[in-house]
Design a protein around this ligand. Structure first.
Ligand code: COA
Ligand code: MG
Length: 296
């Protein structure tokens, strides 16, 4: 269940850069980028006719990938007719995990989890080693059923991403943003549901893409809001967004220093302590540990 005051906190993925898997140039470039995770995409950035080509290119590329970021693969969704082919192609190459789009509810995670069990077994790789990050708000069912998702902890599930564009398309709506760039209510609702579900499960909460990739100030402000609200990382679509995201989702030197002092204040073994004239209890200790997890 969710981490408690004594369990270690895993270092979060701050930036997840999507790389279309059928683009030779972008694949090549990915080994030199500083994203915490690269998400090689077989889904929405690849045209239907190019799916087999993208799979073949990724099969050839993944064993040569030498970047510092964790290699992930966004596979196609359960209704696409492509997912089994995707899993058969990429699981034997042992990526860090799959990004599973357009889930409709927890059953989708269980089914894909079983398929991963089988694919790992056939490939002779460790059972459970392929993690899942689910895109949790791309279907109306998934948004309405978010409470079902938190009923059970699934060890493969590392995080939730929320997204607005596919939800908007699924409900026949127009631009998910208002004229000022704020999310319209349906998407703000979905965003909050995914954020709370991720934290209820003790897993990572990953913010959606900032599409205006030639606007670094806008991206920075957008990251700041997401980090303030409790998201632990963010999707990137262009290399120029990676550093902005990494910085926004890293604690500042002052935050680290303060977190160290908070942890030190609890070392006498008391549950409530005082620091700088303020009362601190376990939630402060947990927050401080989360800040320090960025250093591990
Ligand atoms: N991954 C790796 N490299 C990328 C990249 C990415 N996502 N996006 C751009 N690059 C590379 C380009 O290939 C180019 O390098 P090159 O000159 O050596 O070829 C360099 O970065 C600069 O790119 P730029 O010309 O500014 O962008 P573009 O017009 O070629 O591409 C996008 C713009 C949006 C099409 C591109 O960034 C992209 O494909 N993003 C990912 C889209 C995606 O995966 N969407 C689905 C998830 S939401
Ligand atoms: Mg999509």
């Amino acid at each position: 269940m969710p981490s408690n005051a004594t369990s270690p906190v895993q270092r979060p993925i701050r930036s997840m850069l999507f790389v279309p898997a059928d683009s030779e140039r972008k694949l090549e470039k990915s080994s030199n980028l500083q994203a915490d995770a690269l998400v090689f995409d077989l889904e929405d950035s690849v045209l239907p006719a190019r799916k087999p080509v993208a799979r073949d290119m990724l099969k050839a590329f993944l064993p040569t990938y030498a970047g510092s970021g964790q290699p992930w693969v966004r596979v196609n969704d359960l209704e696409s007719g492509e997912l089994l082919n995707d899993l058969a192609a990429i699981v034997p190459l042992a990526p860090a995990g799959i990004v599973l789009p357009k889930i409709r509810g927890p059953e989708d995670l269980d089914l894909v989890g079983h398929w991963l069990d089988m694919a790992e077994c056939m490939a002779g790789i460790e059972q459970g080693s392929t993690r899942i990050i689910a895109v949790a708000t791309e279907t109306p069912e998934a948004v309405l059923r978010m409470a079902d998702l938190i009923k059970a902890r699934r060890p493969r599930l590392l995080g939730l991403i929320w997204g607005a564009e596919d939800l908007s398309s699924a409900i026949g709506a127009d631009d998910p943003r208002t004229a000022t760039g704020a999310w319209r209510q349906t998407y703000e609702y979905a965003r909050i549901q995914a954020l709370l579900a991720a934290h209820a499960l003790g897993i990572q909460a990953i913010d959606t893409v900032y599409v205006d990739f030639r606007n670094p100030q806008g991206c920075e402000a957008n990251c700041r809001d997401a980090s303030y609200d409790g998201f632990t990382g963010k999707v990137a679509i262009h290399p120029s967004q990676v550093e902005i995201i990494n910085t926004a989702f890293s604690p500042s030197a002052e935050q680290i220093e303060y977190a160290r002092r908070v942890v030190a204040a609890f070392e006498q073994g008391e549950g409530a302590v005082s620091l700088d004239g303020k009362m601190l209890d376990i939630p402060h200790l947990k927050s401080a540990r989360k800040v320090l997890s960025h250093l591990s």
